[in-house]
Design a protein around this ligand. Structure first.
Ligand SMILES: Cc1cc2nc3c(=O)[nH]c(=O)nc-3n(C[C@H](O)[C@H](O)[C@H](O)COP(=O)(O)OP(=O)(O)OC[C@H]3O[C@@H](n4cnc5c(N)ncnc54)[C@H](O)[C@@H]3O)c2cc1C
Length: 469
């Protein structure tokens, strides 16, 4: 047993069912817990804005964990700096024998963690890494030829087979008895953490923290059996809205799978499938990191999107004259949230109707999404553009008006985010160009934009572009 262990919290900001914390408290006589704000990640965000919703969510989640540790007689240490320097110097300063953390598989994290492990080895200290963010490590599931899967359905079948075989580990509780406290400094506040990170506090629609994540999971458990039929409708309770909690580990992925497995309803099965998409994209990105900038399907490598900057700017601002697109983008810009159905519809619209390069859309979402996750975002954009793993075929192009009529039949979502159309009736609101219910004072082009492109001709151009490729 090691004398003193350090648990480095990263994408696992919670106490319950936290694998790294459980291992650290099991294997060490004394335990400290640290989170490091990493300028390599934060500085590019800072250049965009000092008000970043993700940083706020992280700060709120850290407060929750700190509060839990305080009640257990300990505290959360928070540092700012490059972890490759901060962690080894903390290890020396605090006489740590053994470092624990959960694995993160994106390329930057892998490089960073290798450097930290090397520095620990140089110092003669032990390091243990665990899998906590996913049910399976990204290299844990391979096909009969020992290669990574490229298609979702066989991957999902094998994923489920392994789950059936291995079962899901029972929830683990870290042992609080080895936790120690270094000083009597007062608990952190969101303000103090945002100051350490160099950002300004702000309000967000989904509160950070393990408590909030657990409550969301409990609430969703009452609705999960209907998930298969409700998930595409544009109401607040049609899906779980747990993605940001999963992204930062404020909720345990195993708790989600336990819920999905606790009954065999179609809703639960469908929800499990979505959880597997998350693991599938992580696996794809792990094996094919070049897909951050290159299409997964090599035949589309030479595809050149015209990418008109004016059209892209209208898309980002939500002024395209296509109400459901504008509502979606304004919702994203204001809240950091967009329902999955609309992520597909907007990504399809940008790439296949406005003919803008999917990489530009991917980058814009990466700045805006509260639940931004590199692998899922790249996967989602490539899927929608028709160039990714198991993607929608290039000729499958969502018609925004039909999608809007189907999934927002009364126009409630549009009314919320495009108030200038709120007076139109449920029929006209999806396509104001043909509106009969508009008052005389409403003039298309003055009160709301005329559609910036002709849908049908753009659609034909897209199909031609892809076919030629
Ligand atoms: C263009 C595009 C970009 C996307 N970018 C992201 C992103 O940056 N981060 C992100 O977490 N998801 C992304 N997604 C996937 C999906 O839209 C979100 O995970 C989902 O909307 C989150 O809502 P929810 O938590 O209510 O999901 P639920 O429907 O309740 O699903 C449960 C969980 O399964 C996972 N999940 C669901 N659908 C998908 C999917 N298609 N791909 C991967 N995981 C999924 C999420 O972790 C989600 O929380 C993107 C999809 C598209 C089409």
């Amino acid at each position: 047993m090691a004398d003193r262990g350090l648990c480095w919290i990263r994408r696992d900001i919670r106490w319950d069912d936290n694998t790294a914390l459980a291992e650290c408290t099991r294997q060490c006589r004394e335990v400290l817990v640290v989170f490091v704000f990493d300028p390599n990640i934060l500085e590019p965000l800072k250049k965009k804005s000092l008000r970043d919703k993700r940083v706020q969510f992280i700060a709120e989640s850290l407060i929750d964990l700190d509060a839990r540790l305080q009640t257990l007689g300990s505290q959360l240490l928070v540092r700012f700096g490059d972890p490759v320097e901060v962690i080894p110097s903390l290890v020396t300063e605090l006489a740590i024998d053994h470092l624990f953390f959960s694995r993160d598989t994106i390329p930057y994290a892998r490089t960073r963690d290798s450097a930290v492990i090397q520095a620990m080895t140089d110092l003669g200290r032990r390091v243990s890494t665990v899998n906590d963010s996913y049910i399976t490590d990204p290299d844990g599931i391979v096909n009969a030829q020992n290669q990574a899967f490229r298609v979702f359905t066989p991957y999902s079948r094998e994923w489920k087979r392994q789950l059936e075989l291995n079962g899901i580990a029972p929830a683990i509780s870290p042992d609080p008895s080895p936790l120690i406290r270094l000083s009597d400094s007062p608990p952190h506040t969101v303000g103090s953490l945002m100051e350490i990170a160099g950002f300004e506090p702000q309000s967000i629609i989904l509160p950070g923290g393990e408590m909030a994540g657990r409550q969301r999971l409990i609430d969703f458990a009452k609705r999960v059996d209907n998930y298969d039929s409700t998930r595409d409708f544009l109401t607040d309770d049609s899906t779980s809205m747990l993605s940001v909690y999963l992204r930062h580990g404020a909720v345990s992925i195993r708790d989600c799978v336990r819920l999905a497995q606790s009954d065999t309803s179609r809703g639960r099965q469908k929800w499990l499938d979505e959880i597997i998409w998350r693991e599938f994209y992580t696996m794809i990105f792990y094996h094919y990191p070049h897909t951050k900038t290159q299409p997964f399907q090599e035949k589309f490598s030479s595809l050149e999107f015209p990418t008109d900057e004016v059209l892209l700017a209208s898309f980002k601002d939500g002024t395209t004259g296509f109400p459901i697109i504008d509502a979606s983008m304004r919702c994203l810009n204001n809240t950091g949230w967009m329902p999955n159905r609309l992520r597909m519809v907007t990504a399809s619209f940008l790439t296949k109707i406005l003919l803008v390069d999917w990489r530009r859309g991917e980058r814009y979402f990466s700045w805006k999404l509260l639940d931004y996750d590199l692998a899922s975002n790249v996967g989602g954009w490539q899927w929608s553009a028709g160039v990714g793993a198991d993607a929608a075929p290039y000729f499958r192009i969502f018609n925004p008006v039909t999608q809007s009529r189907t999934y927002d039949p009364n126009g409630k979502f549009i009314r919320t985010w495009v108030p200038e159309l709120a007076h139109l009736n449920a029929d006209d609101i999806h396509w104001p160009l043909d509106a009969r219910s508009a008052p005389h004072s409403f003039v298309l082009g003055r009160n709301y934009p005329v559609p910036i492109v002709d849908y049908s001709s753009q659609r034909a151009k897209a199909i031609e572009l892809f076919r030629n490729c």
